[in-house]
Ligand binder design. Structure first.
Ligand code: FPP
Length: 249
């Protein structure tokens, strides 16, 4: 979804929260621990975030777990991260399923190992009927990758004579993007002190409120989420319109 379909209400609970979980490495270093220990603590934070979002009535949570660019990290760190993903999937999926969480993965899957890909497919199958919270995990994901694969999808439709190039509009484009069936994030949270989007959901964040905090991801908890939600509740979302015209035709 690209353009807000209805009048934005004065809701203080966002429907969709996206998170760039930054700061695991610094958290570990400040404790004299290896970076992998920071990532392990990061998984615990992610788990707590899923629970806190569910309790607050947030419908979709998208976590940036591994970016296209993260493949360029030292091989040992990439292996540690992949091992952690595999373990986390093995350990958490049953409980997520029991708690009504639907799991989805977005990103370039083919570079991931076969065992991770298999666990992803099985987790998606196991949880596909759940609807309490949709948890999207971006793994091997990049916003530019997403736009490129959407362009390829559209080009194939044109090549097959299904689509007239003149008919390509925002709706057609967003059909091919990874989050096609989900609303755009209302709120983006980035921990770790940087104020940038780092090739996350480039298309979908067009009208998201952006919240940056110095808190390192392993330290981010339900109270941190509530601060972000309070920030969100105080925003005047105009979606490019004039304040007093929002909600009118
Ligand atoms: C950034 O910290 C975090 C990542 C590269 C992603 C790893 C995230 C997790 C392991 C937690 C979520 C896991 C799951 C399964 C959803 P950084 O290494 O960039 O930290 P730094 O900026 O301090 O070096």
């Amino acid at each position: 979804m690209t353009v807000p379909s209805g009048p934005p209400s004065a809701q203080s609970v966002p429907e969709h929260v996206a998170v760039i979980m930054d700061g695991n490495g610094r958290w570990a270093r400040s404790r004299g621990m290896p970076r992998a220990a920071g990532h392990r603590a990061g998984v615990k934070s992610a788990r707590a975030m899923v629970e806190a979002c569910g309790e607050r009535g947030i419908r979709v949570l998208t976590l940036f777990a591994f970016s296209s660019e993260n493949w360029s990290r030292p091989r040992s760190e990439v292996s540690a991260l992949m091992k952690l993903m595999l373990e986390a999937l093995g350990r958490e999926v049953n409980e997520l399923a029991r708690n009504g969480v639907q799991l989805r993965f977005v990103g370039a899957r083919q570079r991931l190992s076969a065992d991770i890909q298999e666990r992803m497919i099985s987790a998606e199958r196991q949880t596909s009927d759940n609807d309490k919270l949709i948890l999207v995990i971006a793994l091997g994901y990049g916003g530019r990758w997403d736009l490129v694969q959407a362009a390829q999808g559209l080009a194939r439709e044109v090549q097959n004579g299904i689509l007239d190039p003149e008919a390509i509009d925002e709706e057609a484009m967003s059909r091919y993007l990874s989050l096609s069936t989900l609303p755009d994030p209302d709120l983006l949270i980035r921990t770790g002190g940087e104020s940038r989007i780092s090739n996350f959901l480039l298309w979908n964040l067009a009208y998201s409120e952006l919240y940056f905090t110095d808190c390192l991801w392993p330290d981010f908890d339900a109270a941190g989420l509530d601060e972000a939600l309070a920030f969100f509740g105080g925003r005047d979302r105009r979606f490019g319109r004039v304040a007093d015209k929002v909600g009118s035709a």
